[in-house]
Write a protein that binds this ligand. Structure first.
Ligand code: BGC
Length: 328
């Protein structure tokens, strides 16, 4: 059964549906910082399928929707041309999760993905926990185990506009990303295997910068995917959280920091939004009207032996940890 659960404290009020584990509303000091819809049903027919959702079994792309392991080839659901994006069509974001525990500050959800779901081997049990852990911080953890060796890379997919529901673009935003390398991709967003320095190009967000400035700075990769849609490489740490990226709005004064234990962060600036979809308060979701900071493993790792491994063995526990902190 689909439900909407709300957790809150003095500064944060967050409404989560167990349909895809999506954050529908996210108030920070009264400002709603996420795109989305008023009702759960609207998420099912939206042009953009991933609003606010938990993403699995594999965030981002696996080339040609297949990989091989131990001599066995696994064909996966092709939902992005010939590739697979965000785990396939009927993946975590389109699943009704079981609510296994809740309070005024936390929600815990469980999803059992059957062996062969979207082509991925092993029955995978995932537990996701949203918890307000401090006055200014929302933590999200996901743990998972599989009955067979599989590949796994989870993430969280809110579309943020920190200026609130009356804003249609990112002009009041500044961004900072604590990384100086990206993965280069081909025109379909598949990593070429090369790691590229951000140098003094549009991809360099080591100091606070606006998206408008970045788009004026040259880099052949920026025009490839209609804007920024790239993986920034951060340190691979499994036991503690590192600050990966920050954004702030000069209008609302919301300043968000994203920490995680993942080796990459996808920075995506809603390059495929075209204004046709309308969300809360009837606001059109405009081209580059929102951004995503998605902590994750590197795309297509199952086919790129030199990338950090995303194999989860049957006796292992996968642990994803992140937090969103709001400075004042
Ligand atoms: C990807 C984009 C994709 C979008 C789908 C992002 O995480 O990086 O390439 O278009 O999700 O909504």
């Amino acid at each position: 059964m689909e439900e909407i659960l709300t957790i809150s404290n003095d500064r944060l009020t967050i409404s989560i549906t167990n349909y895809g584990g999506r954050i529908m509303q996210w108030l920070v000091d009264g400002v709603d910082i996420v795109l989305g819809f008023d009702t759960v049903d609207e998420y099912k027919t939206a042009n953009e399928p991933y609003h606010g959702a938990l993403i699995g079994r594999y965030a981002n792309r696996i080339a040609n929707a297949q990989y091989s392991s131990d001599g066995v080839s696994y064909p996966l659901d092709q939902n992005h041309g010939k590739h697979i994006l965000h785990g396939g069509k009927e993946a975590f974001h389109n699943t009704v999760w079981k609510v296994i525990s809740k309070s005024s500050i936390h929600v815990e959800l469980q999803n059992i993905s059957p062996d062969g779901d979207q082509g991925f081997p092993g029955e995978l049990t995932t537990i996701a926990r949203y918890e307000i852990v401090a006055e200014d911080t929302l933590a999200l953890s996901m743990t998972a185990t599989s009955t067979k060796p599989t590949v796994l890379s989870l993430t969280h997919h809110p579309y943020f506009n920190l200026s609130g529901l009356t804003s249609y673009d990112l002009s009041e935003h500044l961004f900072q990303i604590h990384s100086n390398q990206i993965l280069s991709t081909d025109v379909e967003g598949i990593p070429s295997g090369d790691i590229v320095d951000v140098g003094f190009t549009g991809f360099d967000f080591t100091r606070w910068k606006s998206l408008a400035k970045a788009m004026k700075e040259s880099h052949s990769q920026i025009n490839l995917l209609g804007g920024i849609d790239h993986t920034y490489i951060t340190e691979n740490q499994t036991d503690h959280l590192q600050l990966q990226a920050e954004a702030k709005s000069s209008n609302s004064k919301v300043h968000m920091q994203v920490y995680s234990n993942q080796p990459g962060l996808q920075f995506y600036t809603a390059n495929h939004f075209d204004g046709k979809e309308k969300g809360k308060t009837g606001r059109s979701h405009m081209f580059r009207g929102a951004f995503c900071f998605e902590p994750q493993h590197w795309p297509d790792s199952p086919n790129q032996g030199q990338f950090p491994s995303t194999i989860l063995k049957s006796n292992e526990k996968y642990v994803f940890n992140m937090k969103y902190k709001f400075l004042q």
